[in-house]
Design a protein around this ligand. Structure first.
Ligand code: SF4
Ligand code: SF4
Length: 346
């Protein structure tokens, strides 16, 4: 095992603080579903007491890459990095072949077709135009955002995938390839605009990225006087990869929209359970977390729940259907574009 990773694994003091925050542990209640237990197995590999097998591979995959354990960990141990590195050292030929750029594009195409059939009229009507088309400004169109058809009217920068789907599967080589392409492209622009919290977080964390060029879509709405078409109660689901600063900014924008009553609720930052394509392999855990998320939202009885990541949005839609709830879920970018810019308001 990589020496740097070994050192991090050995650093785990077994304090168990990660157990309080891990969404997978919340459902599974088993030691092997949380960082502490996974690190214990990796310690077995380091000491030579265990061999990497299907069980260990399964446990490493049983992670939403939500980063919650890292935030709670007194030693700041980066579980996502550790699991990705260990996976990369043990990838089988089949795992490599099923996680290529080509296969990923095929999956996204499938998702696009599915979305077109399932939600043909799923959009809310666009009402306002913000002039995004400043010179040398480009849109970072996330792969899943593209598949769900929520793109902004902005010149597409032809960026590659942010790389996270490859990183978490242990294809660090492909992640590096995507990162290199994106870093080179960012150099050509003055502004790069994101509307997916997960892409934004991943690209912001590239080593050497020109961070001052990266903008979140909602930044353009900070100083606008917005008005929604009718009175509504709105709640927001914070994606795991969105930082609190960005969340507070979005909360402020929503709170200031005419006709919008923004409602806070307990668990606004709980993981939605879908975690990229985690839900395709761990459907019971994902369904439990998605349903629990909706239960918490229903307690404050909103008309609309918003989020800022296509996978989270999918989970919300799934949870709403599962719970037969009467609320609607939209991406915050769609919602803001459906508001009227009220020039008369002071
Ligand atoms: S919080 Fe960090 S140090 Fe504590 S058990 Fe979890 S991974 Fe180990
Ligand atoms: S990243 Fe999230 S799901 Fe994975 S072990 Fe940490 S807290 Fe649990």
């Amino acid at each position: 095992m990589n020496k740097e990773i070994e050192k991090e694994v050995i650093n785990c003091s077994r304090c168990g603080l990660c157990m309080d925050v891990c969404p997978v542990y919340k459902y599974k209640k088993t030691e092997s579903s949380v960082s502490r237990g996974k690190f214990l197995q990796l310690l077995g590999l380091i000491r030579g007491d265990l061999k990497y097998d299907k069980k260990i591979a399964y446990n490493l995959d049983l992670c939403l890459n939500c980063k919650k354990c890292k935030s709670a960990c007194p030693s700041n141990i980066d579980a996502m990095k550790i699991f990705a590195t260990v996976k990369s050292e043990h990838l089988s030929f089949i795992e490599k072949m099923s996680n290529t750029l080509f296969i990923f594009k095929l999956k996204m195409l499938g998702l696009k077709v599915f979305y077109k059939i399932k939600y043909p009229l799923g959009r809310i009507k666009k009402a306002c135009e913000i002039n995004f088309n400043e010179p040398k400004t480009a849109y970072f169109k996330g792969c899943a955002t593209d598949a769900t058809g929520m793109r902004l009217d902005l010149k597409n920068g032809k960026f590659s995938c942010c790389g996270l789907p490859f990183y978490t599967k242990g294809r660090i080589d492909l992640y590096e390839k995507c990162k290199k392409k994106n870093l080179d492209l960012i150099k050509k622009y003055n502004k790069v605009v994101f509307d997916c919290a997960t892409c934004y977080d991943t690209v912001s964390n590239y080593e050497g990225v020109e961070k001052e060029k990266l903008f979140y879509f909602t930044d353009f709405f900070k100083n606008e006087n917005l008005c929604f078409q009718k009175p509504v109660k709105v709640a927001f689901h914070k994606p795991c990869h969105m930082n609190m600063e960005k969340y507070e900014e979005i909360r402020e924008i929503l709170k200031n929209i005419e006709n919008v009553q923004f409602i806070d609720y307990k668990g606004f930052d709980d993981c939605c359970g879908f975690g990229g394509d985690f839900f395709t392999r761990h459907i019971k855990t994902a369904s439990f977390l998605s349903a629990q998320k909706i239960e918490n939202i229903l307690k404050v009885d909103p008309d609309i729940v918003l989020t800022s990541c296509p996978t989270c949005l999918w989970s919300l839609k799934f949870g709403i259907k599962y719970k037969k709830a009467k609320i609607k879920a939209f991406d915050v970018s769609e919602f803001l574009q459906s508001c009227i810019i009220n020039q008369n308001r002071p």
